[in-house]
Design a protein around this ligand. Structure first.
Ligand code: IPE
Ligand code: IPE
Ligand code: MG
Length: 243
């Protein structure tokens, strides 16, 4: 791994996305209920947001709840939703005070009414902020996102507002949840799992992927710095040649 001095952290990647995994295993290793792992996971979100602000990352996108996570026992889904509610109530003012723009991606139709209101409130309140853009993926799944985009495109063709031949990659991307967010430069997944679990499949086409063994509740600024260091050592060729 290439070692860089701290000055070079100023050139942090524009967009870091994280699959925050390992809360259950963190709790299990301590003989605690899974909820304790999720609670500590929420604390690690604070650490990640603060670290991104300090390292001047422009965009941080966090996978908080996948469209497949409904398959978990109802009690765990309830715990995760309660924690989300708690996080939104507690953190939005501070995020706003820190000039963070908060956004959400995913299908929010099945969420509880008060969570939908908190999401709308957070987005409205922080919309004009110019610091870190924090995007939280809730009931997010790429297959669903891409299918929804296809349906919108099909409707555009049907009502005559879109010409099939005018549908370029840029046009299609406008129909994704991430419409005005650049693609991630770096994807981090914690807990040693090496898969994408339906996260940002279109957007990650040329991202650098870093899988680390650290369980999400143990995630620190140092982990982020190490990932960024490794990222800087990668040669991003985009299909071309480096020399
Ligand atoms: C990540 O931790 C949190 C969510 C997926 C919501 P997990 O709950 O998946 O933890 P493990 O993978 O069981 O350790
Ligand atoms: C991915 O983690 C989803 C989130 C981190 C929110 P999972 O723990 O749900 O993924 P799988 O089931 O191991 O693929
Ligand atoms: Mg998991």
């Amino acid at each position: 791994m290439q070692v860089l001095d701290s000055k070079q952290f100023a050139a942090a990647p524009t967009h870091v996305a994280i699959i925050m995994d390992g809360n259950g295993r963190w709790a299990k290793a301590r003989g605690l209920p899974r909820l304790a792992g999720h609670q500590r996971g929420a604390e690690a979100v604070r650490v990640a947001v603060e670290s991104c602000r300090e390292l001047e990352v422009g965009y941080l996108t966090l996978y908080a709840f996948s469209s497949e996570n409904w398959k978990r026992p109802p009690s765990e889904v309830d715990d995760l939703m309660a924690l989300l509610r708690h996080y939104l109530r507690r953190e939005i003012s501070e995020l706003h005070g820190n000039n963070v723009r908060v956004r959400f991606i995913g299908d929010h139709v099945p969420l509880a009414g008060d969570i939908k209101s908190l999401i709308a409130e957070a987005e409205t309140k922080t919309a004009a902020n110019t610091g870190l853009t924090l995007t939280i993926a809730i009931n997010y799944g790429s297959h669903n996102e891409i299918l929804s985009a296809c349906k919108k495109v099909a409707k555009g063709v049907e009502d005559g507002s879109l010409e099939p031949d005018s549908i370029t990659e840029e046009v299609f991307e406008r129909f994704l949840d991430t419409a005005d967010i650049p693609p991630p430069d770096l994807l981090i997944r914690t807990s040693g799992e090496q898969r994408l679990s339906n996260f940002l499949l279109w957007q990650l086409a040329y991202s650098e992927l870093i899988f680390m063994d650290t369980l999400w509740p143990d995630f620190t600024k140092r982990n982020l710095e190490e990932a960024i260091n490794e990222f800087h050592g990668r040669d991003r060729r985009y299909g071309a040649r480096s020399g």
